[in-house]
Write a protein of this length. Sequence first.
Length: 226
Amino acid sequence: MKLVIFDCDGTIVDSQNGIYEAMVHAYGVLGIEPPKRFETIAIIGLSLPEAFAVLASSESDATRRELARHYKNAFMDMKRDPAHHEPLFPGAAHVIESLAAREDIRLGIATGKSQRGVVRLFDREGWHPHFVTVQTADDHPSKPHPSMILAAMADAGVGPSRTVMIGDTTYDIEMARAAGVGAVGVTWGYHAPPLLDGAGAHVLVDEYSQLPAVIDRLIEELEAAA
């Protein structure tokens, strides 16, 4: 059995617009100059405390907590708006559903999203039956700590030489390497390919259609090296 773990924001869904709008709102409530869009995109994938430790490093702990609270409220308000939609990246649905149909693969999620956010995505796409394990920032230290991957492997009963993490940020790649699993970087997300390569990605892919063959080949290589 193989375990394929996906990050969510920037890997499955393109969520940057909503994240940035919520960030600008949070800073505006407190009368603080908001970060630039590229600065916000760079922290996607971290837990909120870690994200605001980076973006608001000069602010007090109390202010960072307030920023996180206002951000969460604004983001949840957007999610409740029927007009708000986080699109899937091209090819995501087809490849995820194809992988889920294979008898030799189990799927998981390891994300900085909340559990609620993942449930909403699964409700919308009908994906609840496809994933055997979902690990979120609600229950784990922020990436790149390997806790989420370790828990996913325990849930699925699959070891590191047969596990692959797929993500778009250096945090995903560093988390995968810390857990001793395969690290696949996707180039359509929020961190540039040279950063993913420098973080230790075993392989980079440019489109979803490449993933099935890359997963099989990488796991063969990991098993041979084990």
